[in-house]
Design a protein around this ligand. Sequence first.
Ligand SMILES: *Cc1c(COP(=O)(O)O)cnc(C)c1O
Length: 372
Amino acid sequence: MHANIFSPALCHVDLGAVRRNFSRLGAASAIMPVIKSDAYGHGLMPVADALAQSGAERFAVGTAAEGLALRAGGIGQEILLLLGAHGAEEWQAAAGNRLTPLVGSFEALDAAAAASPVRVAVKCETGMGRLGFRRDALPLLLDKLRHMPGVTPVMVLSHLSSADMPEEDAHTREQIARFEHMSAALRSVFPGISRSLANSAATLALPKARYEVCRPGLALYGGNPFAGTDRENLCPDLEWAMSVSAPVLEVHSLAAGESVSYGRAFRADRPMLVAAVGIGYATGFARALSNRAAVLVNGRRAPQVGRVCMGILMVDVTDAGPVQPGDRAWLLGGPAAKGQKAVDAQELAGLLDTIPYEVLCLMGVTNRRVYA
Ligand SMILES: *Cc1c(COP(=O)(O)O)cnc(C)c1O
């Protein structure tokens, strides 16, 4: 899987942390871990195996290709395809491998019927404005499903657009009410199907939205969907599972007035010691972080200085204690000295005006992963 990764940086994944986060979110039977996009960069198969050992009974991925990879890796649990199946070939593969695609349109339903027998999950649109059947499609949907004996609905779900934003509570309540209505209609015809609405934020904050199955993603990997809000202490002990380190390549002294890296965007205002570290924007450390982020060296925060390059960035190690080529610098996580705090994906996301999901995905899929 990583044959094309030549970067000397390493993405360290603590599967124990993923498992502990999983158990913090509720009973194993009530949680469907979301492991799409290579488990948010943490590695599809290793994360699935770890959570299967913790008792996970189902998984949610994005694509049929991900579902097939799980089957090839020996995962026998129920697997939902959140992006559905596309084209006759994917539908056949889904049916043949007992994968459960989402259906959110009549076109998808017809494709399912053509590939039947097949299991499906019915996606309802309740206010995300993205995928799924609208409320006014319900009568026709129920009528069609009744006449498709080979298409077995096993779950009904919808997705919340802003459960992590306390100021959007009214919208979230509205989504829950719409889901309540639509799922009840489906369950009046198919009483056995389970309901799933909650992402990480709702799993943590909205007991009413948990229904039979919750679908957390971010929280499994240690992210707090409420970071920076008054709900941030709802689950204070989530642990980040990903750390990223890169080797120090060289250490140089700079005289006052000398500049660092492209564009001379950093100039030493005093004699300094600067380390070149082997990671850059090609492997997930965004160039927009230039001159803004901290890097953990010897357990202490040191400022990143100058423009981040493709495979190198520079760190001011003047006050970092002894540093030599081969030492590891930590871009995310890593062992922090007493009184020091490691950098986490939330912090980098804040600097980049993005969300930790994006930081984890980019760093995780572009660097070689090692597991603990
Ligand atoms: C990604 C995703 C989730 C998980 O969301 P988190 O915010 O990471 O908990 C749940 N449901 C669907 C449909 C998703 O696409």
